[in-house]
Design a protein around this ligand. Structure first.
Ligand code: NAD
Length: 336
């Protein structure tokens, strides 16, 4: 089994072969104690960047970054990025990744989510503007809402179909506002900005508890414990699942290559499968006796999710390397 450390080294080496390196940079990462943020911090530190991580641990875990805190080149600040913060020495790149991201949290914490992607992005953009730093924002496939089927696979040019007053509005509209903030700082202040629209990403460090659990870790946890696999609706809704190392490599390529002008790029695996197929794959790979248990479909749950990744291929030479079965095996091994 590959350890997280080995996987981080692989991503870092692959980036270096592609000419992308953050060596010697000072980098700020908001949300760096989260699932994706901690992997980004790991690769940046591995490449020789000095990383400052801001996180208020609302959905992240100190355990994700404890090894970095103990090592060199990493500083952790417990701070809510919706509140102002100032730094004396300058950053070269700012990653704004702070935001709760699980649909289970949309009902419990809608205001925090809106604040992190509006007030929070405004604070983070202010730091980047003051320092003349490059700014990177983790947006989401959720900006597409429930896409018209003729726009699946979905290209970045699709404007979306979002219900601003529905239960997902706090997240989807917050991210759309975040993208507008980034674009405004690029237009008005000439800031070097980049945005990724992340499609469902899974892998080690993702939380699997009931409150937070997103579909892949939830299914694995249920399968490993022989509990019923909870499927919302009939399970025919589709998703496209990206293994963490592919996502982090895509993010850091987009953040690191030169000469881009406020690009917004889908990063996701373009193999579309149904939630039912995912459940069957997890049951088979864990050799589980779990049965399927069907529950009402949440309001505004998207019918289909699949990225058009032509832009990522063209601008970054990026495409996913880890197939679903391989990625699930790695994650199952980790969760065991
Ligand atoms: N994982 C995915 O599949 C996915 C998909 C689309 C977009 N994203 C985006 O990627 C980013 C990271 O997502 P993740 O999956 O790692 O989620 P996560 O919940 O694991 O990480 C988010 C981190 O942000 C921190 N945070 C939240 N609000 C904060 C605030 N106000 N101030 C400081 N820290 C705060 C949390 O404590 C957590 O550590 C988010 O912006 C999310 O919207 C993730």
């Amino acid at each position: 089994m590959k350890t997280i450390e080995n996987e981080v080294m692989d991503v870092s080496d692959s980036l270096e072969r592609a000419g992308v390196s953050f060596k010697g940079q000072r980098v700020l990462v908001t949300g760096g104690a989260g699932f994706l943020g901690s992997w980004v911090c790991d690769v940046l530190v591995r490449q020789g960047a000095a990383v400052t991580c801001i996180d208020n641990l609302t959905s992240g875990q100190l355990g994700n970054i404890e090894h970095l805190i103990k090592g060199e080149g990493f500083t952790y600040l417990n701070h809510d990025i919706s509140e102002p913060i100032y730094f004396d020495s300058k950053f070269d790149t700012v990653f704004h990744m702070a935001s709760r991201a699980s649909p289970f949290e949309f009902a419990e914490h809608p205001i925090q989510i809106l604040k992190a992607n509006t007030l929070g992005i405004w604070v983070a953009l202010g730091v980047a503007k003051e320092h003349g730093a490059r700014f990177f924002y983790t947006s989401t496939s959720e900006v597409y809402g429930n896409p018209d089927p003729q726009f699946v696979p979905t290209p970045e040019t699709y404007f979306g179909n979002v219900n601003s007053v529905g239960p997902r509005g706090c997240y989807d509209e917050a991210k759309r506002a975040g993208e507008a903030f980034v674009t405004a700082y690029n237009t008005q202040h000439g800031l070097d900005t980049r945005m990724v629209r992340i499609f469902n990403t899974y892998g080690p460090r993702m939380r699997s508890d009931d409150i937070y659990g997103r579909v892949v870790p939830r299914f694995i946890e249920q399968a490993l414990k022989g509990k019923p696999i909870t499927i919302f609706g009939d399970g025919n809704q589709t998703r496209s699942f990206t293994y963490i190392t592919d996502q982090v490599e895509g993010i850091l390529k987009l953040a690191g290559v030169e000469g881009l002008q406020n690009p917004v790029v889908n990063i996701g695996n373009n193999v579309e499968i149904s939630v039912l197929q995912l459940a069957e794959a997890v049951i088979s790979l864990t050799d589980s006796k779990s049965e399927l248990s069907f529950h009402p479909l949440p309001i505004d749950d998207p019918d289909r999710r699949c990225p058009d990744i032509s832009r990522a291929k063209e601008l970054l030479g990026w495409k996913p390397k880890v197939g679903l079965e391989d990625g699930l095996r790695r994650f199952i091994e980790y969760m065991r």
